[in-house]
Design a protein around this ligand. Structure first.
Ligand code: ATP
Length: 231
């Protein structure tokens, strides 16, 4: 995770069970239905009456109202300013997204998350007070490109821009070798966290544990060292 987002996630109240989502495009609907399924109360809003009606009839939210979020009075009347966390899921209408973010922040909502569609949009959202900005198309595209270029990396968790935890397929060159023989720390500067065995992971494998090609292993370290692995 980007460490600059740490403060934001730490500031979220653990006992908050209510969220408001503005914008019922594919992204907004996905946020709503997931929160709803997880048992949280969600108020969804959209300027488009049909989208509001669809969200209610498909039961992806408990409450939904039609309103124009560029109107502060409409947001106030619907009670949006009483929420602790509001998600602004308007990506394609940049002007509306910026004005809505400004309105919601000026209304006193402590945690405002906004969706950006471009880098400039992202900068503008931050300027008008968004506490956290997501860029789902960029993130999904970047993740796909990484998977396509390094198919042996099954999962990747970025700790910061230089360090990661990765789950990789055990390379052919490691086949039949023990953890001690591989000397991952000396040769690559990497720490081995887990090795898969019989469909489960063995955490902190002992030095005598043997690795077999095609199994999975999890390592932590510098990206440049991870890139030196024979994968
Ligand atoms: P998707 O997730 O579908 O790829 P998106 O999240 O970028 O797209 P948009 O196309 O930007 O979504 O639209 C999101 C929703 O925001 C639409 O349903 C649109 O009707 C709604 N919307 C646009 N302007 C306003 C507004 N002023 N007030 C409330 N809702 C609005």
């Amino acid at each position: 995770m980007d460490l600059s987002s740490l403060g934001f996630f730490r500031s979220l109240r653990k006992d908050n069970h209510q969220f408001a989502v503005i914008g019922l495009g594919r992204f907004g609907r996905s946020v709503c239905s997931t929160l709803h399924r997880l048992g949280y109360q969600v108020l969804a809003t959209d300027i488009d009456e049909k989208r509001v009606a669809d969200a209610l009839s498909e039961k992806i939210v408990g409450h939904a109202v039609q309103l124009d979020s560029t109107e502060p009075a409409a947001l106030k009347e619907a009670g949006l300013f009483e929420f602790d966390t509001v998600i602004i899921a308007i990506g394609n209408y940049i002007q509306e997204s910026i004005i809505t973010t400004l309105n919601v922040k000026e209304g006193g909502v402590p945690h405002v998350i906004a969706k950006a569609s471009t880098e400039v949009h992202c900068k503008l959202l931050k300027r008008v007070g968004a506490d956290h900005v997501v860029f789902p198309e960029y993130e999904a595209g970047s993740s796909l490109a990484r998977t396509l270029t390094k198919p042996s990396i099954l999962e990747r968790f970025d700790l910061d821009p230089e360090h990661s935890i990765v789950e990789i397929i055990v390379p052919d060159e490691f086949d039949g070798k023990t953890v001690a023989e591989l000397q991952l720390r000396n040769r690559y500067g990497l720490n081995l966290l887990a090795v898969s065995q019989d469909g489960k992971f063995k955490i902190n494998p002992d030095p005598y544990q043997r690795l077999y090609k095609g199994a999975a292993m999890v390592v932590i370290g510098c990206n440049k060292d991870i890139n030196r692995l024979p994968i």
